[in-house]
Design a protein around this ligand. Structure first.
Ligand code: 4NP
Length: 157
């Protein structure tokens, strides 16, 4: 399975989500491909935000080598599932969808935790370091829920 995590800048939420999902999938012996991208292009080529790198490192997840890139319509061909962090990311990604098959791949990542809500992963960019820890916690819980559901075949496409 190939999973793409998407946020706005690809320097805070989605690289953390990429590292966390990869870490837990590996730990559980599940072989998947995980990548991340931003809907905006301002940070292309940059490493994740230092606060995101530090927060992830505290939990044993190294995201320092990741580099930001911008989401493009090709990503619909390259990935089975495209998880967006918030509703604005979802609108931006869906605006590039070419057909219903593309649209069906896109979902809010927090639907893995709360299927009936439109909960969003808050953007920690303007906040303090604590915000990165609460984002880490949310992303970890959603990643574990996704792994459990996907491996037991109950994750809805
Ligand atoms: P991210 O956070 O979408 O979680 O990577 C942001 C990073 C940078 C900006 C906005 C959000 N920015 O405006 O530059």
């Amino acid at each position: 399975m190939k999973i793409l995590m998407v946020c706005l800048g690809n320097i805070c939420r989605s690289p953390m989500a990429e590292g966390i999902l990869r870490h837990h999938a590996e730990e559980q012996g599940w072989s998947i491909t995980v990548d991340s991208a931003g809907t905006g292009g301002w940070h292309v080529g940059e490493a994740p935000d230092k606060r995101a790198i530090r927060a992830a490192k505290q939990y044993g997840v190294d995201i320092s080598q990741l580099r930001a890139r911008q989401f493009s319509a090709d990503d619909f061909d390259r990935f089975d599932r495209i998880f967006v962090m918030d509703r604005s990311n979802r609108s931006n990604v869906l605006a590039l969808a070419r057909n219903e098959e593309d649209r069906l791949k896109v979902d809010l990542f927090l639907h893995q935790l709360q299927p009936m809500s439109d909960a969003e992963v808050p953007d920690p960019w303007y906040g303090d370091e604590d915000g990165f820890h609460s984002v880490y916690d949310l992303l970890e819980r959603a990643s574990l829920a996704f792994i459990r559901k996907a491996r037991s075949g109950t994750e809805a496409l």
